[in-house]
Design a protein around this ligand. Structure first.
Ligand SMILES: Cc1cc2nc3c(=O)[nH]c(=O)nc-3n(C[C@H](O)[C@H](O)[C@H](O)COP(=O)(O)OP(=O)(O)OC[C@H]3O[C@@H](n4cnc5c(N)ncnc54)[C@H](O)[C@@H]3O)c2cc1C
Ligand SMILES: NC(=O)c1ccc[n+]([C@@H]2O[C@H](COP(=O)([O-])OP(=O)(O)OC[C@H]3O[C@@H](n4cnc5c(N)ncnc54)[C@H](O)[C@@H]3O)[C@@H](O)[C@H]2O)c1
Length: 453
């Protein structure tokens, strides 16, 4: 078969792949961008964009439900899930089509729809075509991990994509997995009107977070009526034509539950099993994630991996930063490494949990001396004025340099406040700078003055 020569091939038009392909092409390299589903990847089509749209709609429903607390009379909210789905589809289409239009405008860049597969270290097939290039970048992301639970393959379970296509509110939603996806969807559907039960097989809730932070999130979600079961190992599921039945094992024995719908949200698996990586000499770890060095080089010369498919923190902004690194190193002659970069993140429950830098437990584990500044959101004027005062803020300060080492902001718009703290960290500001800076009253960010007092 005739091979078509390109300078660069990017597989997967996700959060890193799309801008990287455009950058290659704009630098004069003949580039192919191969995408098997929709440009924008998980984030735009089945992840951040649709979920954050729905999280906001759920907040609107909850505000209506709470309106009496504000002296505003209204009736209980009634969800029109057809309209909600339309809103979700419209924003996804807008982002996806906008991205596609941008790609199509770039000279030297060919967007090819189809499933890409390596046939040798420098050769990739897509449909009837065979392409070759000296530089190939893999940005194929992940898909939902489906655990080997008895009966799961015989019941109509939902995942992060199909749940957002429902045109109804489930009467009772059972969720496997108490991570980001389980908690964001759990609170969202509880606010839409579902009875929600979350089964988390770990006994420790949000294990990456400090205990006080995780405990407060758990308290808040339980206050909202979400039934969260820790240490529940789902063993089997079945469907009797009308309802789902779920059997779980716990430290105290077996328990059975019933519901109308089941969401599986127990993590992700990398899209490497159907990529022909063995023919390219790309090594993966025991979970199938591509092994890379700090410059994102794989074990195969000339092949790089970016985004979720290389493992590690799975966030859009990390995939995007991988693009920046590869652009800098492969196009602009730089020599950057991913080592030491900050990994901020925000869980979009309400209130949000914004996190950056070290946690208190990490600091202790690594013998790092730090002062802990902690303040309830109930001390924040703006939060009280909005009647949104659940949660707290916690920041770690180096006692020697007065520099901020990390923060957890569990509160209304916690992600935005966390980003303020991250900017201070990036700019090398000290806790004293934030304590003494004049910040407009009454903004949420003003809390930084009091936090560092
Ligand atoms: C429900 C949900 C909510 C999320 N919310 C957030 C959030 O709020 N904030 C945040 O930072 N992150 C969030 N994430 C994570 C975020 O979506 C991912 O980290 C991000 O999309 C990773 O980007 P990526 O470029 O690595 O891969 P992806 O965006 O997954 O893109 C990979 C692309 O490769 C394509 N592909 C795969 N295999 C092939 C092949 N063989 N040939 C051709 N194309 C292929 C896929 O179709 C896909 O388009 C969320 C994820 C989910 C599931
Ligand atoms: N706001 C955000 O930034 C955001 C939102 C959603 C997703 N994401 C990204 O997507 C990734 C995947 O999200 P996720 O929630 O699927 O994964 P996750 O790894 O965050 O959570 C999965 C949870 O399921 C539990 N689990 C695993 N197997 C189980 C089983 N058999 N039964 C019950 N529980 C089980 C795990 O202990 C874990 O707590 C996240 O790690 C994150 O990087 C980010």
């Amino acid at each position: 078969m005739r091979k078509e020569a390109f300078d660069a091939i990017v597989i997967g038009a996700g959060q890193g792949g799309d801008p990287l392909a455009r950058a290659f092409a704009q630098s004069g390299k003949r580039t192919a961008l191969i995408e098997r589903a929709a440009v924008g990847g998980t984030c735009v089509n089945y992840g951040c964009t649709p979920t954050k749209t729905l999280v906001h709609i759920a907040k609107v429903a909850n505000t209506v439900r709470r309106s009496e607390e504000y002296g505003v009379h209204s009736s209980a909210p009634e969800m029109d899930m057809l309209k909600v789905r339309e809103l979700k589809r419209a924003i996804v289409a807008d982002f996806r089509d906008g991205t596609e239009a941008k790609i199509k405008k770039v000279a030297n860049l060919e967007l090819i729809y189809g499933h890409a597969r390596f046939t040798s270290p420098k050769t990739v097939t897509v449909g009837p075509r065979t392409l070759q290039a000296e530089t190939i970048c893999v940005n194929t992301g992940t898909r939902p991990l489906i655990p080997p639970v008895e009966g799961l393959d015989k019941v109509p379970y939902l995942d992060n994509a199909s749940i957002m296509e429902l045109d109804r509110v489930p009467d009772s939603l059972l969720i496997m997995g108490g991570g980001y996806i389980g908690l964001e969807f759990g609170q969202m559907y509880a606010r839409f009107g579902s009875r929600v039960t979350i089964f988390e097989h770990g006994t420790r809730f949000l294990p990456r977070e400090d205990r006080d932070v995780a405990d407060e999130v758990l308290k808040i979600l339980r206050e909202d009526g979400i039934d969260i079961r820790l240490g529940y190992n789902v063993k089997r599921v079945s469907h009797d034509g009308a309802r789902l039945h779920l059997g779980a094992e716990t430290a105290n024995g077996k328990e059975r539950f019933e519901g109308t719908d089941l969401l599986v949200a127990v993590g992700r698996r990398p899209n490497t099993d159907d990529l022909g990586i063995e023919l390219a000499g790309i090594e993966v770890d025991e979970h199938g994630y591509i092994k890379t060095d700090p410059k994102l080089k794989t074990t195969a010369p000339g092949i790089f991996a970016l985004g979720d498919v290389k493992g590690g923190p799975a966030f859009t902004h990390i995939s995007y930063d991988d693009f920046r690194l590869l652009k800098e190193n492969l196009i602009d002659g730089g020599d950057r490494k991913i080592t030491g970069r900050p990994i901020p993140y925000c869980m979009f429950t309400d209130p949000q949990l914004g996190r950056v830098g070290l946690s208190e437990e990490e600091a202790k584990k690594n013998g790092i001396d730090c002062k802990v500044c902690k303040m309830p959101m109930a001390n924040v004027a703006r939060a009280l004025e909005m009647n949104e005062s659940r949660g707290f803020i916690k920041a770690l300060v180096d006692p020697g340099t007065d520099k901020i080492l990390g923060a957890a902001v569990l509160g209304v718009e916690g992600g935005e406040v966390m980003s303020m703290i991250e900017l201070a960290m990036l700019g090398g500001l000290t806790a004293t700078d934030l304590r003494n800076g004049i910040l407009a009253h009454p903004t949420l960010s003003e809390l930084l003055n009091n936090l560092f007092m």
